[in-house]
Ligand binder design. Structure first.
Ligand code: MN
Length: 306
């Protein structure tokens, strides 16, 4: 679902509201001063001056009023969420480390009941674009003390093993999300969340294909959306806890090999990998990397040239 936010001047906002007056609907959400519903677009006008356009016609309508800045365009894909979703009790899950040559994949699932949403915000969970690694390191321990969560770390040896057995990264992620959600549901039982929200890395059908043959497949009330960290704080908290675990693992691996391991999969990664290859050999490098990444070949070539 397309989701576009414009910040408008008071005058333009007033014109907008009178233009859509015939389509006005009641919406009691905080900060909302006007809402309208067209056949294919929901328009929500906030006291802050922001106006949100959602639905198939969002782009068409939004362009009548202004040009969204690149950052304000958040086209999410996946399920259309129930009204007021952000204030429901939700278990969210997210992963990190999938694009990093060095280090594990980490997946966290976090339950945020409605009555703790405000607390989670107060602990510093905000717009994901403002979250630096250092900031996440600061707030993750508080979140882990205040919330029920489960955290899984897929270390490189196991990752490489599964990869060689023919598991795609998508399948590994699917298995990890399902396992994390299962563990979390056990922890909070007999409480059940209103919904579970998975930060979508694969569409529903693909996700459940990955899980074929597994026991304990979590399916009830599961929703998928991209950019889910902006849709419920539980996913934002999961993403922070997963990242925190990833950073800690990277610290430990860096200490193990005696080099600060860079994140990502760029040229710096190749250079560090080449150095490890030369000084410690292939096995040592393999133990701290996702071996099938193209970085391995690049590092081998770099190492051969020196
Ligand atoms: Mn994600």
């Amino acid at each position: 679902m397309a989701n576009i936010v414009l910040t408008l001047s008071t005058a333009v906002q007033q014109t907008l509201e009178s233009t859509y007056a015939a389509h006005r609907v009641e919406r009691q959400a905080p900060g909302v001063q006007f809402a309208a519903k067209l056949p294919d677009t929901a328009i929500t006008s906030y006291r802050s001056g922001k106006v949100m356009f959602q639905g198939a016609g969002a782009e068409r309508e939004a362009h009548k009023w202004g040009t969204p800045t690149a950052k304000a365009v958040t086209a999410t894909k996946g399920d259309v969420l129930p009204q007021g979703f952000a204030s429901l009790s939700v278990a969210g899950s997210d992963e990190t480390g999938t694009g990093d040559y060095f280090g594990p994949i980490t997946v966290a699932a976090v339950y945020v009941p409605a009555e703790k949403i405000e607390l989670v915000r107060e602990l510093g969970v905000k717009d994901s674009k403002q979250l630096t690694d250092d900031y996440m390191r600061q707030i993750a321990p508080d979140l882990m003390h205040s919330l029920h969560y489960s955290l899984l770390v897929l270390r490189n040896e196991k990752y490489n093993d599964l990869q060689q057995k023919g598991y795609s990264q998508g399948k590994m992620k699917g298995l990890l999300h399902n396992q994390a959600l299962n563990k979390l549901l056990q922890k909070i039982s007999p409480t059940t969340p209103d919904y579970l929200l998975i930060d979508q890395f694969a569409e529903r059908g693909v996700y459940y294909n990955y899980l074929k043959g597994q026991r304990n497949i979590v399916e009830q009330n599961v929703l998928f959306s991209t950019k889910a960290e902006n849709l419920h704080v539980s996913v934002a908290a999961a993403s922070i806890i997963a990242r925190y675990a990833f950073l800690n693992e990277m610290d430990a691996l860096s200490a193990q090999v005696g080099v600060t391991l860079p994140k990502g999969a760029g040229a710096k990664v190749d250079a560090v990998a080449a150095r490890i290859l030369q000084q410690q050999g292939e096995d040592a490098l393999k133990r701290v990397t996702k071996w099938h990444f193209a970085n391995t070949d690049k590092a081998k070539k770099l190492a051969a040239r020196r």
